[in-house]
Design a protein around this ligand. Structure first.
Ligand code: UDP
Ligand code: MG
Length: 322
């Protein structure tokens, strides 16, 4: 790492007046230590993103900024949700920083990990994921559902880092890669691994929320989880196609069976025709839905217009990109 790299810590905040005082105080000590040790440039900052809070969050951010230029702020025009707020902060920091670290406002993520993040960055990593070593601080329910979620995602073929929330370091070029993902349904944990580059993980123990309440009630958590699945996997559609094939195959067996039963004379009139048509039609309908779904899956891929590749290095004297 260049000794004078500018670090921006990006913190999305929604109605966080009860934690901001403590969070900013602790981050200030951390940043001052890092600046004094010349691990980061003196221009480094903590960037708070106010996600349309209805309490005094923005006033607090503004007074922090006026009191100390270490703190800067971005205010969104309305509440757009955690992922969008984080993206707004990262895209602002992309222009100003060499490296960013995103973390929540509630001090659940261990601030001391920042040093280990920077060590990995110095080793050449462009993305470093903070991974929870345990979930003691979560309720059994949250722990269970979260773990089930990671398993389902893995089963659906989505590449996400196990037990990683949005506590991560990203270099400037990783952010430039991220900026090329134009999708509006943001699920950053799924997108970031698609960027590439050298990555690593750092384990930490996640603590309790310092004050205030979780901004992720069950309803938001479920819709977030569904966003994750539906933004990254077309397997649910593929399942319809598979089911269609199965029902169709069953209908063929059933056809043979009902004809035999009919020939043996064990049926009431109309039974065979009814049985065959119900299964055959059901199977055909599912198959047809599956086929339509496959095309929708293709459209979905095209509409997202994700970058097909991100080039890391080119070895060519005539190229501008090194
Ligand atoms: N957050 C946000 N906008 C929202 C909801 C949450 O910016 O609409 C922020 C919140 O201020 C916090 C982070 O996202 O910094 C994570 O939220 P929280 O800690 O409530 O989630 P939990 O840790 O309970 O999953
Ligand atoms: Mg939290």
């Amino acid at each position: 790492m260049n000794l004078a790299d500018i670090l921006y810590i990006v913190v999305p905040c929604y109605n966080e007046e009860s934690v901001l005082g403590e969070t900013s105080a602790r981050l200030k000590i951390k940043m001052q230590g890092l600046i004094a040790a010349r691990r980061i440039a003196p221009e480094s900052k903590v960037l708070f993103v106010d996600d349309g809070s209805r309490d005094k969050t923005w006033d607090m951010i503004a007074s922090l900024h006026h009191a100390d230029s270490l703190f800067s702020g971005v205010k969104l025009a309305g509440n757009r949700g955690h992922q969008n707020a984080l993206m707004a902060g990262l895209m602002t920091a992309k222009e100003l920083a060499d490296v960013t670290i995103s973390m929540d406002a509630d001090l659940q993520d261990d601030i001391d990990c920042v040093d280990r993040f920077l060590d990995k960055y110095a080793d050449g990593c462009d993305i470093v994921y903070g991974v929870r070593s345990d979930r003691k601080s979560d309720t059994a329910f949250k722990r269970g559902t979260a773990q089930l979620f990671y398993k389902i995602m893995a089963g659906l073929g989505v590449n996400i880092v196990y037990n990683h929330a949005d506590y991560r370091l990203m270099s400037k070029r990783a952010l430039e890669g991220l900026a090329r993902f134009r999708e509006v349904n943001l699920f950053l944990r799924g997108i970031v691994p698609l960027i590439g580059y050298k990555t690593d993980t750092v384990e930490y123990e996640r603590g309790e929320r310092f004050a205030g309440e979780s901004k992720y009630p069950l309803r938001k958590m479920l819709s977030f989880a569904w966003d994750g699945v539906s933004s990254f996997s077309v397997r649910p559609i593929r399942m319809i196609t598979v089911l269609g094939f199965v029902v169709f195959a069953v209908s063929l067996c059933l056809m043979v069976y009902s004809l035999i039963v009919k020939l043996l004379g064990h049926t009431v009139p109309g039974w065979s025709t009814l049985m065959i048509s119900i299964w055959l039609l059901g199977g055909l309908q599912l198959l047809a839905l599956g086929v339509i779904g496959e095309y929708i899956g293709k459209i979905y891929g095209e509409v997202k217009a994700r970058p097909q590749f991100i080039i890391e290095t080119v070895l060519d004297e005539n190229s501008l990109c090194h």
